[in-house]
Design a protein around this ligand. Structure first.
Ligand SMILES: Nc1ncnc2c1ncn2[C@@H]1O[C@H](COP(=O)(O)OP(=O)(O)O)[C@@H](O)[C@H]1O
Ligand SMILES: [Mg+2]
Length: 359
């Protein structure tokens, strides 16, 4: 009997015998899986990276695709960094991850830098939020509710309200937010998003800690996003950073649930960013510090003609969260809302002191 390892809306991963994992996708998922197959097959055969799994077999049809790779025993980086008592070992796994990303990034990409920036940093985000903004909300929100156990239709209503524009009072801090505010604030960082062609390399596209598996002294990269023409290296590091932000803490239920009250001019959010455990809190801070250190020491010097690289990576921490929060509403409504609230409050802090504060 095949054992199911993981199941999403369109993809299922099964352990078919003790040594093979088969990833199957249906409907919309098939197209993405086909790109994943192309990426893994081409790059593994061309460059022989130890950290990419070898594809044993695959098939792609219009609404159905699958591929098989070796089963890799070992923890996901996402779990390891909070369960391993020895922090030095966690640091080593981060070093390995960044070194592997760097190896991948040695290959140049072909997509034009300006086109990549426009599409992935502006148009995609805008498109996802525009839909929510234009939505007629059919649910009436309760006066007061917890994020815990919230339904996806209620989260959709909150996202729609936030997209149109509202005042958020998050743990005492007032933020006027709308998708227009966000778009103009991001546009003010134009220089940071205009990067040289030398920063277009082969990228993984989704190297969050849930796609990195530690096995046999190696950090394996699973689930690439299939950017066959390459992309901005900052895109990858931004995704990695997101994993060490509130995203994974929420995914792993390591945070208390925030409470939301509907008030006359908007929403009041309390109990946001409250850790269930002090150990996790300290780890989180230390891991983020370590990543920033590694990026500064090992990555930034490799891109001398991209002086705003680190600034862009930090900005992408927010761009990524604003961009994918809407895609999580249906399957992970609590996480979607947590990510959005934290992205709004942290981005507003990030931009404070500059001209384009959201507050
Ligand atoms: N080769 C493998 N060996 C062991 N576990 C795997 C393997 N591939 C995937 N998994 C498990 O399945 C999960 C989902 O796989 P992934 O390719 O990331 O699919 P999804 O597109 O659903 O995120 C991973 O987080 C990991 O826990
Ligand atoms: Mg994955």
């Amino acid at each position: 009997m095949a054992k199911i390892l993981s199941k999403g809306e369109f993809t299922t991963l099964t352990l078919t015998d003790d040594s093979t994992v088969t990833k199957t996708a249906i409907d919309e998922g098939a197209e993405k899986l086909a790109k994943e197959i192309d990426f893994l097959k081409l790059n593994k055969s061309k460059f022989h990276y130890n950290f990419l799994p070898h594809v044993f077999s695959y098939e792609v049809k219009e609404k159905h695709a699958y591929y098989s790779i070796p089963y890799l025993s070992g923890p996901l980086l996402r779990d390891y960094i909070y369960s391993e008592p020895d922090f030095l070992l966690c640091e080593q796994s981060l070093e390995k991850t960044i070194a592997n990303l760097d190896s991948l990034h040695r290959q140049p990409g072909t997509i034009e830098a300006a086109a990549f920036s426009r599409k992935y940093y502006f148009e995609r985000l805008r498109g996802r939020w525009e839909k929510l903004k234009n939505e007629l909300s059919d649910t009436q929100l309760q006066k007061s509710f917890s994020v815990e156990g919230i339904s996806s239709s209620d989260v959709r209503s909150v996202f729609s309200l936030i997209a149109k524009g509202t005042t958020l009072l998050i743990d005492g801090k007032e933020i006027n937010f709308s998708i227009e505010h966000l778009a103009s604030s991001l546009a003010s960082f134009q220089k940071t998003f205009e990067f040289p062609q030398t920063s277009i390399r082969l990228i993984h596209g989704d190297p969050h800690a849930g796609n990195i598996l530690l096995h046999d002294d190696e950090a394996f990269f699973l689930d690439p996003n299939g950017f066959m023409d390459g992309g901005d290296v900052a895109y990858d590091f931004g995704k990695l950073l997101v994993s060490f932000d509130w995203h994974d803490l929420s995914m792993m239920s390591m945070l208390e649930s925030a409470n939301i009250e509907v008030v006359s001019n908007g929403l009041r959010v309390t109990n946001n960013k409250v850790y269930k455990d002090d150990f996790i809190k300290e780890r989180h801070v230390a891991l983020r510090r370590k990543i920033m250190e590694l990026l500064t020491e090992k990555v930034v010097p490799l891109y001398a003609d991209d002086p705003l690289l680190l600034q862009r990576i930090k900005l992408l921490l927010y761009v990524h969260q604003f961009s994918f929060a809407p895609t999580l509403i249906k399957e992970k409504p609590e996480t979607a809302l947590h990510i959005l609230l934290n992205a709004i409050s942290d981005y507003s802090t990030f931009t404070e002191g500059g001209r384009f504060s959201l507050t």
